[in-house]
Design a protein around this ligand. Structure first.
Ligand SMILES: [Zn+2]
Length: 396
């Protein structure tokens, strides 16, 4: 019981920023004596701290309490086919130090995870924080992940299947590890700290090199029975459409994913179509090439505008289908296409949604661009660890 109340109280302080004793009593329904005693314990454990007096209209000014975000730390990482990023973060999602390096997929899983462990141990040494102060390692991985076992089911980008990621990293590092897909952790990041903050029922649609959706309801991600929920990118939208990277034709990805936007434009240029799109369109980085298309679109280039319009209209149809099915409070569009497209793309999407969704006066759905950009992965990976750590009983 005491542990449960301690957890409740700590989470109130963690979620609300600054709170007084009476705020805590109100929110937890605990007695004044219980609050005082637990607060003392949490202060002794260095998990919360007092930060000066607050404002009161009458009488004594209350002491305000704040979560001590530097009480513990987490390692958060994004492992993608092209690069790996690892950060040391405090519990307030502040980055202490971050590194990135080439993943070297071609060397195989054992070498990749051994290198990951080695780089992480070096990073921990560099920030001079004792290893026991780390609550865990959170990882967003580019592939289909069974988050319960922390294993990779399959990844077409890596060309791997059935790799026990959690097991391999824990063996190399000796720190508890939590793994989920890149999409799931990006969505978690936006839900916790980005555009989804304050909403209970959120869909995050990743419009990146590929396209996927993540449905979060009251903090829980709907994973599906085969860890494959949200594969909206491979819904057939265009009859007799182009070939998709999944081998079928006319998928949403073939008109709206980063790879397809870039491919459509390159094909048109090769056919000799007139365009002012910069040479960045040939960049090996999808993000940069997509950026070049939107830049030209904003300058009125016809080819860019046509490709962007088509992408936006189909994305709007997909978003409308998601709204019709899931009825969320907010749909957040994240990933490089959403980031680079900004208001130009959002405008086309919102218009297309309005034309395609079942209209209702009782419904207000926000369609917003994500606010965290690429840092969403690291913030989301960190919250994988925190969510586990702040469950009952608190293990630190
Ligand atoms: Zn497909």
């Amino acid at each position: 019981m005491r542990e449960m109340n301690t957890r409740l109280l700590l989470n109130v302080i963690r979620d609300d920023g600054l709170v007084s004793h009476s705020d805590i009593r109100q929110k937890t329904q605990l007695s004044a004596g219980a609050v005082t005693s637990i607060v003392r314990e949490l202060k002794d454990r260095n998990l919360i701290k007092e930060v000066g007096p607050g404002i009161s209209s009458k009488g004594r000014k209350p002491t305000l309490l704040q979560f001590n975000s530097e009480a513990r730390y987490v390692i958060s990482a994004g492992i993608f086919a092209d690069e790996t990023r690892i950060a040391v973060m405090d519990l307030g999602s502040n980055v202490k130090k971050q590194i990135k390096f080439r993943t070297e997929v071609e060397k195989g899983p054992d070498a990749v995870f051994a290198n990951f462990a080695q780089q992480t141990l070096q990073l921990i040494k560099d920030v001079r924080i004792p290893k026991e102060k780390f609550l865990g390692v959170g990882i967003g991985f580019e592939g289909v992940i069974d988050s319960k076992s922390g294993s990779l089911v399959l990844s077409s980008q890596f060309g791997w299947r059935n790799v026990p990621i959690k097991e391999k990293i824990e063996a190399g590092l000796g720190i508890s590890t939590f793994v989920d897909s890149e999409g799931a952790v990006t969505a978690l990041g936006e839900y916790r700290n980005g555009a989804g903050r304050g909403h209970d029922d959120v869909v995050v649609m990743l419009v990146d090199a590929g396209i996927g959706g993540v449905d979060i309801f009251q903090g829980r991600i709907r994973k599906g029975s085969h860890h494959m929920a949200g594969e909206v990118g491979h819904t057939r939208m265009v009859p007799d459409g182009e070939t998709c990277r999944c081998g079928r034709t006319g998928c949403l990805e073939t008109v709206a994913a980063g790879w397809a936007i870039v491919q459509r434009v390159r094909e048109a240029i090769n056919r000799g179509e007139n365009s002012r799109i910069s040479d960045e369109i040939h960049s090996p980085s999808t993000r940069r090439a997509v950026g070049a298309v939107f830049q030209a679109g904003r300058e009125g280039d016809e080819l860019a505008t046509a490709v962007i319009r088509q992408a936006g209209e189909y994305l709007g149809k997909a978003v409308a289908a998601i709204i019709n099915y899931a009825d969320p409070e907010i749909i957040i569009l994240s990933g490089c296409v959403a980031d680079e497209g900004q208001e130009m793309l959002m405008g086309i999407i919102r218009k297309s949604v309005a034309e395609n969704v079942l209209d209702s006066e009782i419904r207000t759905i926000h369609i917003e661009q994500g606010t965290l950009g690429r840092s969403a992965v690291l913030i989301g990976a960190a919250s994988l660890v925190c969510e586990e750590a702040f469950k009952l009983p608190i293990s630190f």
